[in-house]
Design a protein around this ligand. Sequence first.
Ligand SMILES: [Zn+2]
Length: 376
Amino acid sequence: MIPSFRFHISTSCGMARTGVISTPRGEIRTPAFMPVGTAGTVKAMMPDSVRATGADILLGNTYHLMLRPGAERVARLGGLHRFMNWERPILTDSGGFQVMSLSSLRKLTEEGVTFRSHYDGSRHKLTPERSMEIQRLLGSDIVMCFDECPALPATEAEVAKSMQLSMRWAQRSRDAFGDRPGHALFGIMQGGVTRDLREESAQALRAIGFDGYAVGGLAVGEGQAAMFGVLDYAPGFLPEDKPRYLMGVGKPDDIVGAVERGIDMMDCVLPSRSGRTGQGWTRRGSVNIRNARHADDPRPLDEACTCPACRNYSRAYLHHVVRSGEIIGSMLLTWHNLHYFQELMQGLRDAITAGRLPQFVADFHALRAEGDIEPL
Ligand SMILES: [Zn+2]
């Protein structure tokens, strides 16, 4: 018998909770941060290295993988886990968000979206049924419903209309997903920053029934205050015993605020993307390693960090390789950033378990407020 998908909450602290999602491919400790492996790779990292930072699960992008190399091809080659050499859990998004943000000549109908690829202009169609099929072909462990995220700025009426379409697509996603033991399907709550719409969306999703629930339509430019405003109530509309996933978040202080408000899972390109542009994230905030002040600095990026970039290299070296465009610069800073994000998640999990989350959060903000170490 295939082990089922389960979520066990071990401790709560206010709205925050810590626990474990069990899947046939391994356990996911929550709150969890998922590095983004857009095109079948977390850029500049080997899978073993990603795991060494503490990641239990990766995110793959349906939109990118369906266009290149193609979902049917990945399936023929044994599925995404084997293709990219990551045997642990993978969550795939539905493709809906990236169709809206990346493709051109989109046409949205009740049935789905037709669009042209941003790679080569070829024509494609995504529907709830096709998105479920692609995510099944990839072999995703956690599948996301196909939804529409309205482009901002949008009026409340536009957000309502879009949310209601997404709820009809959620039902079609559920029907198309079928019964797949060991695999999970998550619904996605929409409704912008309007409380009534968020509640209506949550009720529609609960009536359909999902293995987990995402809060969608945030981190799209509304700002942290507006996002936290929604997170002050939205998680409470969702079932308490199912994972809650905040899509596309975020910066370390976004993550901490979301966990405080009851979020269990998050994903963001930030640690890997900024690692490729010379930006390091530390307990004291962000550091631009390209800055001339680091050129003669023999100290590590963060003396408390145990990642290879901090253990074996100076700020001066990181500065040099990043400024020189050397590949190892992207590798080291990405590793450091992913390590820092996972260490932050472990700190949050430990603090919730110990019942001292408020103290952890206060210390987190206090250290960041000090800023980076003084130049030599
Ligand atoms: Zn480090």
